[in-house]
Structure formats: structure tokens, C-alpha cells
Design a protein around this ligand. Structure first.
Ligand code: DON
Length: 573
């Protein structure tokens, strides 16, 4: 190496390293507050944890675009929000790029090669949900790290810059919030039962707000990814640690499962609703198709006139949800393995037929309303980001249940997902979200399990107008549906659309679930129509960004709101 070359490479390394120095100084790991909303003009990040949204914001401010920020925010969430942020799980990204291109990246987990259709049934055919939901055997082959590298081609900054804040948070530690402390305390028993080595999330006595969580093993895994790229996770030391962990707990993920995992770019679900262009996730998430079905089933019904949270609007949306979820159970699965009649399912003719037996004022019944006739052959996390260049990114990632399988890979410090439970372990047997399925979503080696994640972007006049998404298992699609209807039809503020009580129907069980705070009068009216109504815990944690353009000044205002149901936080500049 010549002297000139040496000076040049040292200068480049210094410049690459500089941003992480700036971040390390700017974000106080141990003293921070939660900011629920922000109105700004350039860019914004909203996600489940204030430290992660601050990481995303700093990446934007140092010249990264929305994809850079999405990568860095996901990695930070894998450290500061271990219940759902992850490198041992999977996710989906939908993005509108400044050049007008719309992309989606599928990094959903896959069934390991040794998986089989009846692996969660006993010899009499009874489901063994304990195995599909807890511990080593529940884990699918993780997709997140491959997804981050697949996104990198749309980013501007080096990966080393994007991962460094996460490494610092894991290595130096950070103060946990009150809700994180409560969550660790309530999961302690499972962490102890489902792990063979001590895990960072368990300590003597109880956690409390402000305690510092340090994750050295995770920091070392992140460093291997920084230094070796995707191979730092799917091959070498990390892969060996995953397979060693599998051996300890009868898991089946192998070295070749890891080495062969690939993220996939897929065609975005792209449809028009009253002049808005809606971009959302295709299969293997059911989210996009089901959202399109629901939006199209209400399109000719003048729901705006019915108004927010009236018996009429809730009933219409419930009946639409019932029909769409019946189709989800019957027709949807990984398109690389099963044939799905997508075109028919979202066609106007089919959807009009589906709504023929809808009767205003009278509850439908899931016993009578089944999937349509086709004649052709709670824990996840969402990030919404926009930048000043015109890019918008909507990412939902998951471990499935809170802390996934609750099993940490010994020596590697990250949690494995329990995504295998999103397959239909047996036709008609509900998964942990009560969703049923059939052969289309049966387990097969290398197949991706059906998801409900619905990262969504709405364009108005070709530019990003809304970025929306949420966790919540099967309630994800109905929460995104409700958010779009609230804003596009009821003209609600983003804050109200995020925070007002939500409701949910998913065909089976034939129950209309409502959140605390739902109008008691409307509840009574709906009961009189024949609905079985149950109040349930919080529905989703919706993260929304809206961009409003002033026609005269041609200037934009960004409004970003994090859900009040959690520690969700919005930052912008
Ligand atoms: O992919 C899915 O649909 C589920 N694994 C999502 C799980 C989830 O949202 C849990 N969050 N509360």
C-alpha cells in the first residue's frame, strides 16, 4: 500500500466512523423521554422505542435516506425493544422511492428443511401448540438480517455506520422504561424455563424503570454482522451458535437452512381507492390482499356519511372484515408453494358478490358466511419513516409472540422467533391469534408461514401522503384498515386515528372485539343488531406519518404520531 493510499483509506475510515461518534454523543442512553408526536418539515421516524427513533432521526440528519434510517432503526430496536425488535425473526418492508419506484422486500422466516406438515401433532392428531409456540422447535429460519442487506442497495450510508448505534446500545447498555421492566418481570418464568444458559433479560429480583440492560453477547453478534456482512449471521460463528442452541432444545434449524436463507423482492400490492394509490405488502403476508378486499368492499357504500364509530360504520366494517378473513383462512398461503387466486380475490365482481348478503342493521353470522366461491383453477413492531428526498418506508418486523420463542441463542444473545405457529398446524385449529387456516398454509420445508403484517404507504398525487403500520397479530390488517378509513373517509387527525379505540372482527371466532373506551351506546346498538361483543386488551400500536402539502407555498408539513398504547415515540426535524 502506498503512503498516499494509506492516508486516503485512513481519511475514509475516519469519515465513516465520524457519524457513529456524533450519534454516540447525541443520544443519551440513560436519560431520555418519550415523545408522542412531532410536526416538522424535513423527515420523521416513528417506532416503538424512543432510543430507536432517535437513532433513525440521526441517520436522516447525517444525510442518510429513509431506507438508511429504517435499517438503523430496526437494528436499534433489536437491542432496545427485545420483545419484538429482532435479528432472530423476520419482517416486511414496503417503500416508495424518490424515483417513483415502489418496492417490497420479504424477509419472512421459513420452515426449516427438516420441518414437516404434522410436526406439531401427537400420534392421535391432537395439536401440540406448546411446541409451535414455545422454545426451540417453534423457531423458523430467521430472515431479518438478510432483509437488512437486501434493503441496503436502496440506502446511501455504509452498513458499518448504520449498525454502530445498535452495537453501542448493546455494549454500553441503556436504561429500560417502566413498561419494559414490567414486561421482563412478567416473562421471567418463561425465560428461565425455555433457556439452558443465563439470559440478559433475567436478573436477581425485579427489574425497575431506569435499570441498565447490557447485552454483550448481542453486541458481539452485531459486530460479526458489521465485519462480515450477511455471512456474519448466516455462516461462521453465529450460525454455529444457533445450531448448537438447536441441539440443546430439540430444535431443527441447520447450518444449511441458515446459509440458504434469502430475502425476496416482491411486487407491491398497489391499488386505487378514490384517487389515493395504496401500496402494501403482498403474500406471504395476507395483509395487502385483505386490506385491498376490505377497502374495495366499502368503496361504494358512502361510509363518510355514516361517520366515525357509529353503529352503521362499525357494522359495515365488521361485515367486510368477516368476509375478508374467511377468505384469508381458505385461500392464502406462501405463493412459492401454493396457488392463490389473487386476481379474483380482489376483483370488483367477486367482492360485489361477497357483499350481496350484507344487511345494514343486522349482524351477519360466520356459520353462514364462509369463504367466497372461486371458479378458477402480540409481538411485532412497526416503523414508519419519511425523508427530505421523497422516500417513504414502512416496515413491520416480528418475533411473533412477545420475545418470540423466549429462547435466546446462548453466546449470541438474540431471541429466536416462534413464527412456526403462524402456519396452520392442523386445518381448523386456531393459532395464538385465533386464526384458522388449511392446506394452503400447512407446514412444508422451506415454506414461509402466512402473515398479517401490513406495512402500507398511501400516495396522493403520486407523493407519499400516509405511512402506516402496526403490530397486533390478526388485528394488524383491521387496524390499518381502520386507520385508512378514519383519515381518508372521516377526515380524522392522525392523532385521533392512532389513539381512538379500535375494533376487530376476524370471521372466527364470530365475535366483535372492542377496545376499552369504545362508545357504550354504539356497543348497545350493535348488540341489538345481534353482534357478540367482547372488550379486549389494547389493539395494535399504530405508527403513522402524514405529509400535507400546501398548494400555494408548495411546502410540506410532516405529522408523525406514535401510539399511546406503548412507549412508542415520534421524532423529526
Ligand atoms: O406475521 C404475523 O402476522 C404475526 N406473526 C404477527 C404477530 C404480531 O403482530 C404480534 N404483535 N402483537
Amino acid at each position: 500500500m502506498t503512503r498516499k493510499h494509506l492516508i486516503y483509506t485512513s481519511a475514509i475510515s475516519f469519515l465513516l466512523f465520524l457519524p457513529s461518534l456524533i450519534i454516540a454523543q447525541a443520544i443519551n442512553h440513560n436519560n431520555y423521554t418519550i415523545q408522542k408526536s412531532i410536526t416538522c418539515t424535513k423527515g420523521a421516524v416513528v417506532c416503538a422505542h424512543p432510543l430507536a427513533s432517535q437513532v433513525g432521526l440521526h441517520i436522516l440528519q447525517m444525510g442518510g435516506n429513509a431506507v438508511d434510517a429504517a435499517i438503523a432503526t430496526q437494528l436499534a430496536l433489536a437491542v432496545v425493544y427485545p420483545g419484538a425488535g429482532n435479528i432472530g425473526g423476520g419482517g416486511f418492508m414496503v417503500a416508495h422511492l424518490k424515483n417513483g419506484k415502489n418496492i417490497s422486500i420479504d424477509y419472512r422466516e421459513k420452515a426449516p428443511a427438516a420441518a414437516s406438515r404434522d410436526m406439531y401433532l401427537d400420534k392421535d392428531g391432537n395439536p401440540l401448540l406448546n411446541l409451535s409456540q414455545n422454545g426451540h422447535l417453534a423457531a423458523g429460519v430467521p430472515g431479518t438480517v438478510a432483509g437488512l442487506f437486501a434493503s441496503l442497495k436502496y440506502a446511501k450510508l455504509p452498513f458499518a455506520t448504520l449498525i454502530q448505534p445498535a452495537i453501542d446500545l448493546a455494549e454500553k447498555g441503556f436504561a429500560i422504561t417502566a413498561s419494559q421492566a414490567a414486561s421482563f418481570n412478567s416473562t421471567k418464568k418463561e425465560f428461565l424455563e425455555l433457556n439452558t444458559s443465563p439470559v440478559a433479560f433475567v436478573k436477581d429480583g425485579d427489574w425497575k424503570a431506569g435499570d441498565i440492560l447490557v447485552q454483550k453477547d448481542l453486541a458481539n453478534t452485531l459486530k460479526r454482522i458489521r465485519d462480515k456482512g450477511q455471512k456474519g449471521f448466516y455462516e461462521g460463528e453465529t450460525a454455529k451458535l444457533v445450531v448448537a442452541e438447536m441441539k440443546k432444545g430439540n430444535g431443527i434449524i441447520s447450518l444449511s437452512d441458515l446459509k440458504n436463507y434469502k430475502a425476496k423482492e416482491r411486487d407491491v400490492v398497489d391499488f386505487n381507492y378514490k384517487g389515493y394509490q395504496i401500496l402494501t405488502m403482498p403474500l406471504p403476508s395476507s395483509g395487502g390482499i385483505i386490506l385491498e378486499q376490505m377497502m374495495k368492499m366499502i368503496e361504494d357504500k358512502n361510509i363518510a356519511e355514516m361517520k366515525f364509530e357509529t353503529a352503521a360504520s362499525v357494522q359495515l366494517m365488521t361485515e367486510v372484515e368477516r368476509r375478508a378473513y374467511a377468505d384469508r383462512a381458505e385461500f392464502l398461503g406462501d405463493p412459492d408453494f401454493v396457488k392463490v387466486p389473487v386476481k379474483t380475490l380482489v376483483s370488483n365482481a367477486y367482492l360485489q358478490e361477497r357483499m350481496k348478503d350484507y344487511e345494514p342493521g343486522r349482524a351477519g353470522s360466520s356459520k353462514n358466511i364462509k369463504a367466497g366461491h372461486i371458479h378458477e383453477s402480540e409481538e411485532t413492531t412497526h416503523i414508519s419513516i419519511v425523508d427530505d428526498e421523497g422516500n417513504a418506508v414502512s416496515v413491520t418486523t416480528t418475533l411473533n409472540g412477545g420475545y418470540g420463542s423466549r429462547t435466546v441463542v446462548s453466546g449470541a444473545g438474540f431471541l429466536l422467533n416462534n413464527e412456526m405457529d403462524d402456519f396452520s398446524v392442523k386445518p381448523g385449529v386456531p393459532n395464538m391469534y385465533g386464526a384458522v387456516g388449511n392446506d394452503k398454509n400447512a407446514i412444508a420445508p422451506g415454506k414461509r408461514m402466512l402473515s398479517s403484517m401490513t406495512p402500507t404507504i398511501v400516495l396522493k398525487n403520486g407523493s407519499p401522503y400516509l405511512v402506516v403500520g402496526t403490530p397486533g397479530g390478526t388485528t394488524i390488517i383491521t387496524s390499518v384498515f381502520q386507520t385508512l378509513v378514519d383519515i381518508l373517509e372521516f377526515n380524522m387527525t392522525v392523532d385521533d386515528a392512532v389513539n381512538k379505540p379500535k375494533f376487530h372482527h376476524q370471521w372466527l371466532p364470530d365475535v366483535l372485539f372492542i377496545e376499552k373506551g369504545f362508545s357504550p351506546d354504539v356497543k348497545k346498538e350493535l348488540q341489538a343488531m345481534g353482534y357478540d361483543i367482547k372488550e379486549r386488551s389494547a389493539i395494535g400500536r399504530t405508527e403513522v406519518i402524514q405529509i400535507k402539502w400546501d398548494d400555494t407555498t408548495k411546502k410540506k408539513t410532516i405529522i408523525a404520531v406514535g401510539d399511546h398504547r406503548g412507549d412508542d415515540d415520534a421524532r423529526g426535524y
